[in-house]
Design a protein. Structure first.
Length: 287
């Protein structure tokens, strides 16, 4: 099985989405949404030292993201969705129970780069450029604002549509806090946005641009700069800017470097997959 996505749960648990083989690209360039052949997916859930496996043996959706909805359900999302016409829009988000039974589906739009589900079951989606500007039949993309919030049934509850301060061409990282804030990092302007109650405050970064994942605690952020990167950057907020205060090298207990293949975040934690090993980094007050 090939790992596709990892996620931190709401209660010190982790999820790993795997597939028996990668579905081929359409014309060698674009990911399919629904595949001609069936593929075998697994969702591994590790909690309190116990592992359970959700088996999905005959799936034709091309999944890219996994997130927990609650203790009994998981959300699987395909990054792409075709808009064929007003009566035929692909529902690329699908919820399964812990027995592998399909529960419901809905559309979260095309071009989804990041998915984050809060403890209150709010779903937040960050979009890459094709989801912002439109492709796969979307003349008016759902993700045109760069960031959209949904309830657990897929009804839109928030977006940056009316926020004209910055154009979010690509959401590169997405997280939340225990206080209900949604924090995102976007390209071009290289800024963090902190959103709550339909309002956003923006903060510059001094000397770093990154994509992937970050942990947040109070006025500090620890960011992982990119795929297979071994260094974390700790940033501290001062007025309207996050400034780098130190670098942290990712090392295993035996001293060898952690080389992440997949990275994910939740609040003050970062999760790394290196081969068949998972490493959890947690920010500590005063560290």
């Amino acid at each position: 099985m090939t790992p596709l996505s990892i996620a931190i749960g709401h209660d010190n648990d982790v999820y790993i989405l795997l597939v028996n083989e990668h579905p081929p690209l359409v014309n060698g360039s674009f990911p399919a949404t629904i595949t001609e052949e069936s593929y075998y997916y697994q969702v591994i859930h590790v909690k309190d030292g116990q592992k359970t496996v959700l088996h999905l043996p005959n799936e034709t959706w091309n999944y890219h993201h996994v997130q927990p909805i609650d203790d009994d359900h998981v959300l699987l999302v395909c990054a792409r969705s075709y808009y064929h016409d007003a009566s035929n829009i692909e529902e690329n988000a699908r919820v399964y129970d812990k027995n592998g039974s399909f529960v419901r589906s809905f559309c979260l739009g095309d071009g989804i780069g990041k998915v984050y589900v809060t403890k209150d079951q709010e779903i937040w989606t960050g979009y890459f450029d094709e989801g912002v500007f439109g492709n796969y039949g979307w003349e008016k993309p759902i993700g045109r604002s760069g960031l959209v919030g949904w309830n657990a049934s897929g009804v839109q509850i928030d977006s940056l549509e009316d926020d004209k301060q910055y154009a979010i061409f690509e959401c590169l990282a997405l997280n939340g806090t225990a206080h209900g804030q949604i924090i995102f990092f976007f390209s071009i302007d290289a800024k963090f946005g902190i959103r709550k109650d339909n309002q956003t405050e923006y903060y510059s970064t001094e000397d770093i641009a990154f994509r992937g994942a970050f942990a947040v605690k109070g006025d500090k952020i620890v960011a992982h700069q990119g795929i297979r990167g071994r260094i974390l950057f700790e940033l501290k907020r001062k007025e309207n800017e996050f400034k780098t205060v130190r670098k942290i090298e990712l090392t295993k207990p035996d001293g060898l470097p952690v080389i992440p293949q997949l990275v994910n975040n939740r609040e003050d934690q970062l999760l790394f997959l290196d081969g068949d090993e998972l490493y959890l980094y947690e920010m500590i007050s005063g560290d």
